[in-house]
Design a protein around this ligand. Structure first.
Ligand code: AMP
Length: 557
């Protein structure tokens, strides 16, 4: 697949709206990499990134990523080549991300946890040319990258981060372009930027999706950096802010609420890893003033180890599940410490609590959209009729940074968007007025997925994989409650005979199919037949309630 083929696979925002977003300044003509360079030129000496590994100033980040971009082009990469990212929260991840953007390459936000089932599909879908993997994670991702490349003619380059230099090994991002003269590197980046169209794809994100196959989300230069800038401005950040991030960086939330958001205003990114103890230590040592906490960290925030981390904390944003009064009080003291909530998706829309919303609204709603031209409607589930405030329906949205269509998915796009271009999120929500503004309250979801600590697991995808086992005649997977992660996967299975495979056997089956571990069921329920609703669909509501009762009973007992 060549990049010229993308034209027919991308859905553009209608001209009238695009013109409006340009006129309001919500769309930009500048490539993403130039936006970083402009900020770096304003704040050269300020810290841009701090991790447990060290610190980089804006000037150093800018210069080093220029060199990486030039080095990537010397290696043979060409503008718009997609590069799969399978890395964790490291300094080199930041360098690789911006290095790729400056070379005009398109990072693809896959996960380090993905295996052949996921990577094979995504790699083919986008025609990946590069594959960036991290060494030293316990699983040999570099060996895996070689295996992936064997079956994929477009995949020509493996890049690595971490580990020691080895003769004959793939290029390490840490070394790429290291000896290139800074003037030449800058000229290379400027030439790439000259060739960049604001409508070019900047980044491919992945959707949790509503059907069996994960969808690819094209985010374009015109909107992507500005999405992050809206987030940063909404929260009142500036160059003195120190933004802690604990959850995976190469997710849309990581990029839009942390990496790009911090750098859009000259702030410092304190890039931590999910381990709460280490993350809190980094926050305490470097005086984090801002932080985004996903559901997986809610419990840790209640523990004493968080006390030191919150000393300099001015604003905390909570996201992923309902916020208890106890949790809210840990991060909001009504004076110097403010807390709010965020709701967002890789397809675009973010809602965030306004700084001046009443505390009650910040604890119980996910706030308001962050861009002036964002439009949110709560629609009736079976029509395009808008529901009045207070009624629960499907959250739908349209705006400057919400996609107009998934990549190469005309059939899915036909149902995922309304006739006037609103994206049907699959989330259930209602509007509540607070402080004179329309706040969004999340009330559940229609889409059939499991949200395991922020990682989305598509039920239909796992069911199809389970049904490939020759001893399974039917499978239904549902979310079961989990104190730490929010949800985990339970599989209801029907066997061909009296035998009941063990959980380990089921997990081996999925491992054999190359399925990422976080998607493996963590509990099995064998049933003679799956319960059906009156219209013949599997009654998942019943299954969810049943397993929730069992899990709660066990926890109580
Ligand atoms: P992703 O594209 O992976 O960021 O996932 C987006 C989805 O995550 C949304 O459509 C919601 O289903 C879910 N989500 C995001 N934020 C929240 C939140 N604050 N509360 C509940 N669910 C959320």
């Amino acid at each position: 697949m060549s990049h010229s083929d993308w034209d027919g696979r991308l859905v553009s925002v209608p001209a009238e709206r695009a013109a409006r977003y340009r006129a309001t300044g919500e769309w930009s003509d500048a490539p993403t990499s130039r936006r970083l360079h402009e900020v770096a030129t304003r704040f050269p000496r300020r810290p841009a990134v701090i991790t447990a590994e060290g610190e980089l100033s804006y000037a150093d980040l800018d210069a080093r990523t220029d060199q990486i971009a030039a080095g990537l082009i010397d290696l043979g990469f060409r503008r718009l080549d997609p590069v799969l990212f399978q890395v964790t929260n490291r300094m080199a991840t930041v360098l690789a991300w911006y290095g790729c953007l400056k070379a005009g390459l398109v990072p693809v936000a896959t996960l380090a946890a993905h295996r052949m089932h996921e990577i094979g599909h995504v790699s083919r879908a986008v025609g990946a040319v590069g594959h960036l993997v991290e060494r030293g994670l316990g699983f040999d991702l570099a060996g895996f990258a070689r295996e992936v490349a064997a079956g994929h003619p477009t995949l020509r380059h493996v890049l690595t981060i971490g580990g020691d230099p080895e003769p004959g090994a793939p290029a390490r991002i840490e070394d790429v372009g290291a000896s290139i003269d800074s003037g030449r590197a800058r000229a290379v980046v400027e030439a790439v930027e000259q060739a960049t169209d604001p409508l070019d794809v900047a980044v491919f994100q992945l959707s949790g999706g509503t059907t069996g196959v994960p969808k690819v989300i094209p985010r374009i230069h015109a909107e992507y950096w500005n999405n992050a800038l809206f987030y940063a401005r909404h929260l009142g950040w500036d160059e003195h802010s120190r933004v802690a991030h604990l959850i995976p960086l190469v997710h849309n939330a990581g990029i839009s609420c942390a990496l790009h958001a911090a750098h859009s205003v000259g702030a410092c990114l304190l890039l931590a890893t999910p381990d709460a103890r280490r993350a809190f230590a980094l926050m305490a040592e470097h005086g984090a003033t801002e932080a985004l906490f996903g559901h997986g960290h809610y419990q840790a925030l209640l523990r004493p180890e968080f006390d030191r981390a919150r000393r300099a904390l001015r604003r905390s944003v909570l996201s992923g599940a309902k916020v208890s009064p106890e949790l809210f009080a840990r991060v909001d003291d009504g004076q110097s410490r403010w807390a709010g909530q965020m709701f967002g998706m890789s397809e675009g829309l973010f809602t965030v609590s306004p700084l001046d919303s009443p505390a009650e609204a910040r604890q119980t709603t996910v706030g308001v959209p962050i861009a002036p031209s964002d439009e949110v409607r709560i629609l009736d589930l079976s029509s395009e009729d808008e529901l009045p405030a207070g009624e629960v329906g499907e959250l739908c949205c349209r705006g400057p940074y919400t996609i107009a269509g998934y990549f190469d998915a005309p059939a899915h796009n036909a149902t995922a968007f309304t006739s006037d271009g609103f994206y049907r999120t699959g989330d259930l929500a209602a509007i509540r007025l607070a402080g004179g503004r329309r706040h969004v309250v999340i009330e559940g979801r229609i889409k059939d997925l499991i949200n395991r600590g922020g990682e989305k697991i598509n039920a239909e995808e796992v069911e199809m994989l389970l049904a490939r086992h020759d001893r399974i005649t039917a499978a239904a997977v549902v979310a079961m409650p989990d104190a730490r992660l929010g949800e985990k996967t339970c599989a209801y299975l029907v066997s061909t005979d009296e035998t009941r495979l063990s959980l380990t056997e089921i997990q081996h089956h999925l491992e054999g199919l190359g399925v990422a571990k976080f998607k493996w069921p963590e509990r099995l329920e064998w049933v003679p037949a799956l319960p059906r609703t009156t219209v013949g669909k599997v009654d998942k509501k019943h299954l969810r309630a049943e397993v929730a009762a069992k899990v709660t009973e066990r926890a109580a007992g």
